[in-house]
Design a protein around this ligand. Structure first.
Ligand code: FAD
Length: 276
């Protein structure tokens, strides 16, 4: 395995969660990640946890990226948060619109991630490497597939350096997305996001919410395993290792793992990847 990897974590909510995440990070550092990123609750709801986790990663000598969502935010609050991140030594951001929980009025001074990318570039120049989100299977709120491609291209033209995809199980959707954005003149690396399969119910719930399609054969196999977690895990490792091997053979620029704060499945997939 000699492809750049990165790992995504979410900020822990309890001291026990923080201890567990510290152990997870230590286990995953063995794979020499290019960076580790930490999610950010829309509306700034996890700001403290996100920033303290980012700080902990930097303190462990590993490059850290803070996710940063702008829905509901004002220019003043974003300016303050950017200054705080720079003071911590953060050099990488994942710039997002985010989703407010239903019932929250959107408000705020940013409509789309492209507005945030423009603002960050205007305010901070080249201080940050900016990642944006990409949706090979099309963002669930997009007006059309073409509109979503154009929205992605707009984020890159606003100043993004690279992109990480929503997770997917169908490699063709990723390959088509990369071809399509290249035809629009977008040349930044688009790193596939990989979600290890460890729990069937959790995966179904997430996928329905974010618009990631679980192919029928995977869905039915998972349903067939019921509560048999060992079989779900073993099947998930086979499927995701095969997907990563296929992506790597096509020359992807890296692989980003949605670790769900767990090391075992991600580590095992990396360990199983065929030597290049
Ligand atoms: P945008 O790029 O702004 O797109 C949102 C929608 O608006 C799309 O349907 C797009 O087609 C449309 N659109 C964009 N521009 C225009 C325009 N000018 N006119 C009309 N329509 C337009 N969520 C979190 O809350 N916290 C996180 O930490 C987080 N991390 C993520 C990391 C990755 C790698 C990914 C893929 C997603 C992440 N998300 C996170 C989820 C993300 O916030 C949601 O998918 C959100 O709904 C869209 O955010 P975005 O930045 O992709 O939005």
């Amino acid at each position: 395995m000699n492809i750049p990897v990165s790992f995504e974590f979410f900020p822990p909510k309890t001291p026990e969660g923080a201890d567990k995440l510290r152990a997870t990070r230590q286990a995953l550092y063995a794979h020499r990640p290019e960076f580790c990123s930490v999610t950010f609750g829309a509306g700034g709801s996890t700001q403290e946890g996100t920033f303290s986790t980012v700080k902990a990663i930097l303190g462990e000598g590993v490059a850290a990226a803070s996710h940063f969502s702008c829905v509901g935010a004002t220019k003043a609050t974003v300016r303050e948060q950017l200054a705080a991140l720079r003071a911590m030594g953060v050099q990488r951001l994942v710039a997002l619109r985010g989703d407010l929980p239903s019932g929250y009025g959107a408000g705020g001074e940013f409509h789309y991630a492209s507005d945030l990318v423009t603002f960050i570039r205007n305010e901070t120049g080249d201080a940050f490497h900016i990642e944006v989100a990409a949706y090979p299977e099309i963002h669930p709120q997009a007006r059309s597939a073409e509109a979503d491609l154009q929205a992605f291209a707009a984020k890159v033209r606003a100043g993004a350096d690279s992109a990480i995809t929503q997770y997917f199980f169908n490699a063709d959707a990723y390959f088509r997305f990369v071809d399509d954005v290249q035809r629009l003149g977008v040349r930044v690396p688009v790193v596939p996001g990989i979600m290890p399969i460890t729990s069937s119910t959790q995966l179904m719930r997430f996928s329905d919410a974010c618009g990631a399609e679980i192919p029928r054969w995977i869905r039915l196999r998972l349903q067939g395993f019921g509560d048999d977690t060992a079989s779900i895990r073993s099947f998930g490792l086979d499927v995701m290792t095969a997907l990563c091997d296929q992506l790597r053979a096509s020359g992807v620029p890296g692989i980003h793992f949605y670790t769900m704060n767990q090391a075992a499945a991600t580590s095992e997939i990396i360990r199983r990847l065929k030597p290049a």
